[in-house]
Design a protein around this ligand. Structure first.
Ligand code: 5GP
Ligand code: MN
Ligand code: MN
Length: 322
């Protein structure tokens, strides 16, 4: 990111009274954490702030409901229609804004804060660094360059982004800079134990029942790519145990430990009956390229796409590309 782009972003945000912040649909910790962190910092600076993501059934994933700043959230219907300044977080392409996509065309200025290598640079100012471990890294720098303080609430939001996208400091994005940022954030007094429990160490009992069913049908196909391990979660699986869609995100972290496979896929049927496909790679295959062909995207080792095809055809198309 050039100093000129940072300066321009700071100038635009500083001179606006109202800022519209948005992140990608099905927000993860990095997307929503980054947006709420900047939202909280701007509100403390006296700005009017709205944070949203473009979903018809607007619902914050249960995992992220403990994040500070929920009061800044606005449903897309209550979001500024033509904002003076709009800022997007963790969004590589306008389509990932869902029902807020049109708002980007109506915004006078659009600041894009992201770390996806596939980012299309759709903003009037693009703060995009594919080398950043998380969008939260760029969000922290933006707050800093705005001259605003990072309190415990803001630090919690940024920390959630950082730990989510580094996989709790396990992924290749775990650099000295990532740990140094964690040290700065933890020094504000946030509670890493509580955050870890909220994010990864709790779920309703039904999760275990669904996990059992889903692991019972896991398939290993050693001959596909560098080995493919995959399974699926239907709407019926979830309904049988009263489990909402947003509770099944962690299943892929169990499946991907399989030694015999480079690539992991978990196909999740959402409430509209579409298959939301999550993929992971240990590095042999760039899954973002595979998912891009199928209409999605992401990172080399973590990517996804949405399929309107039936289960068998969806996995067949993935298999063929691998
Ligand atoms: P997850 O499997 O955790 O939902 O997503 C992993 C990564 O893949 C995300 O960080 C995101 O970058 C990307 N991703 C997931 N689903 C989609 C999708 O439908 N479209 C695009 N463009 N990227 C996706
Ligand atoms: Mn994300
Ligand atoms: Mn991210």
């Amino acid at each position: 990111v050039s100093a000129r782009d940072w300066d321009r972003a700071v100038e635009l945000i500083s001179s606006a009274d109202e800022i519209a912040l948005a992140c990608h649909v099905s927000p993860d910790g990095d997307a929503l954490g980054s947006a709420l962190a900047v939202g909280l910092a701007l509100r403390a600076a006296g700005k009017r702030v709205a944070v949203s993501f473009g979903e018809r059934r607007f619902r914050v994933p249960r995992l992220l409901r403990f994040l500070p700043g929920q009061e800044l959230l606005a449903e897309p219907a209550d979001y500024p229609a033509a904002p003076e300044v709009m800022v997007t977080f963790d969004v590589p392409t306008v389509e990932r804004l869902g029902t807020l996509t049109d708002t980007t065309y109506k915004a006078r200025e659009l600041i894009v804060v992201d770390h996806h290598p596939s980012n299309t640079g759709f903003g009037t100012v693009n703060l995009v660094d594919p080398g950043a471990a998380a969008t939260a890294v760029l969000a922290e720098e933006l707050i800093d360059r705005l001259g605003l303080p990072v309190d415990k609430a803001i630090a919690t939001c940024l920390y959630v982004g950082l730990v989510t996208d580094t996989g709790s400091f396990k992924h290749s994005s775990t650099t000295p800079q990532a740990h140094a940022m964690a040290a700065r954030l933890v020094a504000t007094g946030l509670n890493p134990e509580e955050i870890a429990r909220e994010l990864w160490d709790r779920s309703p009992f039904g999760y275990l029942k669904v996990l059992g069913a889903v692991l019972g049908r896991v398939r290993l196909e050693p001959e596909v790519g560098g080995g493919l391990v995959w399974t699926y979660v239907t709407r019926a699986d979830r309904a049988a145990h009263g489990l909402p869609y947003d509770e099944i995100e962690g299943i892929i972290d169990v499946v991907r430990r399989t030694d015999e496979a480079d690539v992991t896929a978990v196909l999740k049927e959402d409430d509209d009956g579409l298959w939301q496909v999550s993929t992971r790679s240990k590095g042999g295959v760039d899954v973002s390229r595979v998912c891009a062909v199928l209409g999605g995207g992401g990172h080399a080792k973590a990517a996804g796409f949405t399929s309107r095809l039936p289960l068998e055809e969806t996995i067949a198309s993935l298999r063929a590309l691998l």
